[in-house]
Design a protein around this ligand. Structure first.
Ligand code: ACO
Length: 427
């Protein structure tokens, strides 16, 4: 039976339909509100706004649940490859053997990038941030690979091309930034092995595959693969809604992810822990600063718009971090500091009252450090992981029969009309 919410204003009653998701989430459909009443809604930061119906990712921030296409992220982190996870997100179900083989072949065939792209890299100033470079380069792919097409096969080929090339481009940017020879992808390696080999193989020191590092990267990428309508995914959907090409939409997602309140937090956490270490390890002072409303400082890697309990991804990341450091026999004092800081914050009344718990970024930086990834590449690693999610969300929005260009409204608070003042009369 259809449910409604009744809105009453000045004696007038309006019935608004209730939409219920498969997990029982409820929303009020206000799509006819302005037309029927002249009102719009006001929701800064969209904290109460559902922007779409989506069948990709389910999360419950109160219970700490995250599922991709119905499968708990814990099970995927335990059993799946990143490639399977990407396929699952984009196509809606896990691939069978034949589908996986076809997908692997397509990824391999598309993994090289146009040699002329190297010239672009070489002309960025040395100090450029890799996220700025990646965002520009992904946008530039449209010029190198102009064929987009509209058939399912053509769209699949553009999506696979992106998945294959972004990984190569990320490793390439690292090599070029170090002034080293670029290492090409190899057909005999898995998606994760290939990336590490392209990053760390050199003519004087061949890269030896390290199982623990490969596994850490697999889990890291799976945990980042999608997170429903977060800031960067919303950027991809909003920009994509103007019907720009996929490269431009993904490029905008990368730009949004760069921010320290979003994906840039993994770099910000390491910078924060380094600063605390440099000041003698006084993490309690950092906690006091984070609580001080006159100080803009926030505890990086803490808090989340949706999770009001421990981020399920952070749980897996923390466990994996311990195992990785053990297996690589690394004694990282930063991990000890992170654990002390976490314990103190989680027992502090301010953090308890505000439901602030560690998010995925709190431990992910320590994992990436152990794998050998330089700090300024951390958010690029996040971007490679999030790529399947962005692509899946873009595809879902393009296939939506109720698709509309994204165009929010506003409540204007500026000047009322007044006449133009000639320059000699202005004060
Ligand atoms: N440290 C201290 N206080 C915090 C923190 C923090 N990390 N996060 C939120 N708060 C406080 C705010 O000061 C505010 O307090 P008040 O209600 O007393 O004024 C309250 O908690 C709510 O904060 P908002 O900023 O309104 O929460 P919002 O949902 O808008 O922001 C965000 C979420 C951006 C993640 C925030 O928690 C934050 O800045 N965290 C640090 C950055 C970070 O780790 N980002 C990664 C997020 S996960 C990801 O994108 C992969």
């Amino acid at each position: 039976m259809e449910e409604f919410v009744t809105l009453t204003y000045n004696g007038q009653e309006i019935k608004l339909p209730v939409v219920i998701g498969t997990e029982g989430e409820k929303a009020i459909d206000i799509s006819g509100l302005r037309q029927d009443t002249g009102f719009i809604t006001l929701d800064p930061g969209y904290a109460n706004t559902g922007s779409c119906l989506s069948a990709i990712t389910y999360m419950d921030g109160e219970k700490g649940i995250l599922r991709y296409r119905g499968i708990p992220v814990e099970q995927l982190a335990e059993n799946a490859t990143f490639k399977e996870t990407a396929y699952l997100l984009i196509n809606g179900k896990l691939p069978n053997r034949d589908q996986l083989t076809r997908f692997s072949v397509m990824l391999n065939d598309n993994s090289l990038v146009h040699e002329d792209l190297k010239a672009f890299y070489q002309n960025f100033p040395r100090a450029s941030h890799p996220m700025g470079i990646l965002s520009s380069m992904v946008n530039a792919l449209r010029s190198f690979y102009p064929e987009l097409g509209t058939t399912e096969e053509e769209i699949n080929s553009t999506m696979t091309r992106l998945l294959a090339k972004v990984r190569t481009m990320a490793a390439m940017s690292y090599k070029i930034s170090r002034g080293h020879r670029v290492v090409y992808p190899r057909p005999d390696m898995t998606y994760c092995e290939n990336f590490l080999n392209m990053m760390f193989d050199t003519p004087v020191k061949p890269y030896e595959i390290n199982r623990a590092a490969v596994n850490a990267l697999r889990v890291f990428w799976i945990l980042h693969a999608d997170h429903e309508q977060n800031c960067s995914t919303s950027a991809v959907r909003v920009v994509g809604s103007a019907r720009v090409n996929l490269y431009a939409a993904i490029s905008s997602g990368i730009a949004a992810l760069w921010g320290p309140l979003h994906g840039g937090a993994n770099q910000a956490v390491i910078e924060m822990l380094t600063a605390i270490q440099a000041n003698g390890g006084d993490y309690k002072k950092a906690i006091e600063r984070a609580k001080d409303k006159n100080d803009p400082f926030r505890l990086m890697g803490f808090g989340h718009r949706v999770y009001k309990t421990y981020d399920p991804r952070a749980k897996i990341m923390k466990k994996m971090c311990d195992e990785l450091l053990d297996s690589l026999q690394i004694d990282d004092p930063m991990l000890d500091l992170a654990k002390e800081l976490e314990e103190a914050a989680c027992n502090d009344a301010y953090f308890i009252d505000h439901n602030l718990y560690p998010n995925i970024d709190f431990y992910s930086g320590i994992v990436l450090r152990a794998v050998g990834i330089p700090t300024n590449m951390f958010t690029v690693m996040f971007a490679i992981g999030r790529l399947p999610g962005w692509i899946a969300q873009w595809k879902e929005s393009m296939d939506d029969p109720k698709w509309k260009i994204c165009r929010p409204r506003q409540v204007y608070t500026g000047n009322l009309q007044y006449d133009f003042i000639p320059i000699h009369a202005r004060i």
